[in-house]
Design a protein around this ligand. Structure first.
Ligand code: RTP
Length: 155
């Protein structure tokens, strides 16, 4: 299950259809692995309109809502759960600002995106939302709890 102390949590990170189609699954996963996060859930999903409307329920009144739902449903999404210290906050900093024009170079959006409507990835913005999003996108049985074995064969 999701650990819920402040500094060691799960975050829901998704590679949006543009990121999947551009071949960015590998580079995006590498950035989280390189930072020291642990992958505990991953799958390709073709989310239904209803599922996406639930995921983005907070944005239902926005002018871009229908376009956002269409974009997110335009192809497979790579849904992931990453575990580690401050996973929600640090995950957001790895992704960069929502609008790629404001995202710092070195962030995923700052390096791979230009358009807020094609910004490659999603990350939970609070620990509460991470829990909701993980419950929406994953079954409990799809979440792994694992530790690396001791590297006692490395000299
Ligand atoms: P996300 O949920 O995807 O990580 O994005 P976020 O929290 O950084 O940003 P949020 O305000 O929740 O917006 C969700 C997604 O909606 C799209 N968007 N389009 N056309 C627009 O003005 C506009 N504004 C936001 C983006 O794809 C954004 O990630």
């Amino acid at each position: 299950g999701t650990r819920d102390t402040d500094d060691c949590v799960h975050s829901f990170i998704a590679i949006k259809p543009d990121g999947v189609q551009r071949g960015l699954i590998g580079p995006i996963i590498s950035r989280f692995e390189n930072r020291g996060f642990k992958l505990v859930g991953i799958k390709l999903v073709s989310p239904s309109k209803k599922h996406l409307e639930e995921h983005y329920a907070d944005l239902a009144e926005k002018s871009f809502f229908q376009g956002l739902i269409a974009y997110m449903g335009s192809g497979p999404v790579c849904a992931m759960i990453w575990e580690g210290r401050d996973a929600v906050k640090t995950g957001r900093s790895i992704l960069g600002a929502t609008n790629p024009l404001a995202s710092a170079p070195g962030t995923i959006r700052g390096d791979f995106a230009l358009d807020v409507g094609r910004n490659v990835c999603h990350g939970s913005d609070t620990v509460d939302n991470a829990k909701k999003e993980i419950a929406l996108w994953f079954e409990e049985t799809e979440i792994q709890s694992w530790k690396p074995a001791a590297f006692d064969w490395v000299y």
